[in-house]
Design a protein around this ligand. Sequence first.
Ligand code: HEM
Length: 172
Amino acid sequence: MILAASAYEVVLAIHIMAVVVAFGVTFAYPIMFAIGARHDPRGLPLLHRVEYTVERWLVNPGLLVVLLAGIYLAGDGHHWSDFFVQWGLGVVIVIGALIGSVMIPTAKRAELLAARDLASSGAREGAGAGEAAQATVDMSEEYRALARRLAAVGSLLSVLVLVTILIMVIKP
Ligand code: HEM
């Protein structure tokens, strides 16, 4: 069955796989950060490091594969004049720009601020876990503002990805 597939079908599968690989984990971020903030804020610096490292090594390369496969599909399938392709190109540019210029730098800064707030509130490795740790940590307004920005832009990116899947499938 796989041997009978056309190059177009294989590249289409790669295009969709890259979407899953690039963006799948990003839909779990709100849950990860809610658990970190609620149950053990000492984990927040690590979560932000995971966040921007995943963006750098998984989301950005995945986005590049989505783009390259999309370019092949648009050329081979003569779709360049279709709205869904132009939308896709625009979205890839917007997502890449937001990740490079907002998400990664903001997550790096949030990692540093979270570590600073934890140090100044006396939270340390080995202190009691769960509510005990939560009670001793007071995250600064500066950190909270960055966390809100990450959540807002992250949600926008997630919505953009979902809307783009809808547009790619419906091809209005
Ligand atoms: C975040 C960005 C993107 C997402 C989430 C996305 C998602 C998808 C999905 C789910 C499909 C399968 C639709 C179907 O088989 O009915 C698809 C197909 C396709 N995409 Fe994308 N895509 C993105 C970006 C792009 C870009 C940048 C291009 C072009 C440069 C592109 C061109 C195409 C083409 C030509 C097809 C094949 C349509 C067909 O033969 O039915 N996509 N895309």
